[in-house]
Design a protein around this ligand. Sequence first.
Ligand code: MIC
Ligand code: SF4
Length: 644
Amino acid sequence: MGKNIVEKILADHLMAGSLTPGTQIGIRIDQTLTQDATGTMAYLQFEAMGVECVQTEISVSYIDHNTVQIGFENADDHLYLQSVARKFGVLLSRAGNGICHQVHLERFGKPGKTLIGSDSHTPTCGALGMIAIGAGGLDVARAMAGEPFYLSCPSVVRINLHGKLPAWVSAKDVILKVLEIFTTKGNVGVVFEYGGQGLATLSVPERATIANMGAECGVTTSVFPSDELTRQFLKSQQREKDFILLQADDDAAYAKVVDIDLSKLEPLTARPHSPDNIATVRSMNDLPVDQVCLGSCTNSSYKDLVTVAKILQGRVVHPDVSFILAPGSRQVLDNLARDGYLASLIASGARLMENACGFCIGNSQSPKSGAVSLRTSNRNFPGRSGTLDADVYLVSPETAAAAVITGRFTDPRELSMDYPQVAMPAKPVIDDSMIIMPDGCAKDAKIYRGPNIGAPPSNDALPDVIDGPVTIKVGDKITTDHIIPAGARMKYRSNIPKYAQFVFENLDASFAGRALAIKAGGKHNIVVAGQSYGQGSSREHAAICPMHLGVRAVIAKSFERIHAANLINFGILPLTFANEADYDALEAGDELKIENVRQLITEGLPFTVQNMSRGTSFQVDCTLSPRQKKIVLAGGALNVRSEK
Ligand code: MIC
Ligand code: SF4
């Protein structure tokens, strides 16, 4: 039996386990990336491991999220990251150089390699034929220390692309179609592998848009073959030597095969407040639009931005629209400037932001209250834009440009013009001078620690009895943005006690205060949730901050992959209802008790949860590998290391 691409790369990197879907495996990691908002915690944890130098082929620290710098905190964090990179042999991509995923795709991604990154959109580099996975900062720190990365061996779903996209329909519409088919739920443990002759019509940046937003389906990653178009992309990046051909064998097997005919697609949008709430743009009935944001790691390549520049050529933004533009990288901006498109976008009225995450994470350009905001980014969770009652719609650059002109939701096919053809520059400007290359490891280098840098998080071993109230009961699809908001709160990423004050802020602002009081009273906090708990970002703060507040268990109908791993890494028990109907019988405030926790975990026995308030009991499952049991019992992964 032949192998698919995923099996080929995993087999090459396998360090523990065997390639049986659903079982735990450990793989060698060739490359890591971090970004500043998760990076400070990752490097604090790396420091705590006592390793002198990173052990990977390449590790890159990007500063791209918290670049607005209101107050001293973020600038202090940036300096910490710069000093720690020098000490441990990590490359540093400075603020202003671009969004981690776009820069990594351009400058470092290599077919056939493995990458983990402390950001959920790390799969973007799957566009180059690599296994690129988002993880918590602690997992990235362990990979930097040369340890394997553990994951559930994925089952591989093949998505065959046929035909060619019609004019005005682009890669964003492809991934929105994939989201319509697969939704954001129920894809844990799956990898999407793309194939089919339609691939020959999609360049690497277009594949990157598709791989990027696979994260919204909750898959482990998405991967494309490495083919002639990959070679051309790497050649234009002056990296042809990094090319290898990587294809699935003809007789490779897949868990499932799905076919998409590109020629049948039309412009789509994800409506508020979920990336899988898909509708055709044509059905949006000319809804008036207040804001259009072009950029983010999903859609800010040279091709995306030049397409928009050409559509807007000679026109000015509609008076009712605020048009925000954030290029994905300094390379994209340099080339836009060289080729005259920057001037043309400015002439069209674009409000130019830094090459960074910017509006996407809600730390700037929040729209007016009740706004309709069209964004080319990947998430439209409630409140993520920074405006709680805004309606965010995810769209392609073409649909965004049409709304810039008309001030309304407009199917771009209705614009009376030809679809602009955009060729990638054969010789783009390439300038790595904003990347600080380490000179080996500088053991004696001093680490800069401003007042915002706290100690690495710590926790006690898991108690034998978990005893406390349901401090909050939440519903389905609770995202990490619900658990711990980003946006204006992100500046406290390195200060856990301060950041923890905002846990569940947008669902129940009293949560943090109540949880701390319960902890002070010697009890534990328990969170009860519905399906897909912890969807979205990789931020381990969604586990660390609840841990700080004394949360010891989350009982949910189901968990998303990265968040479940983060909970375990910080000693919080992820428990799933054996019978989902028991969720309905629970109320916030119910006092719960789980006895013999340590023994039940060690022996892998089912858990009984007693509801002391109602005199009832119910069963929960706790499916952990031997390695995960050890971590949870110790109260977190850092405690396991210090026991060594
Ligand atoms: C996001 O898009 O939500 C983020 C901000 O990039 C996060 C990481 C973080 O919270 O710092 C992600 O996607 O993992
Ligand atoms: Fe940055 Fe947005 Fe991409 Fe997250 S999704 S990495 S915030 S651009």
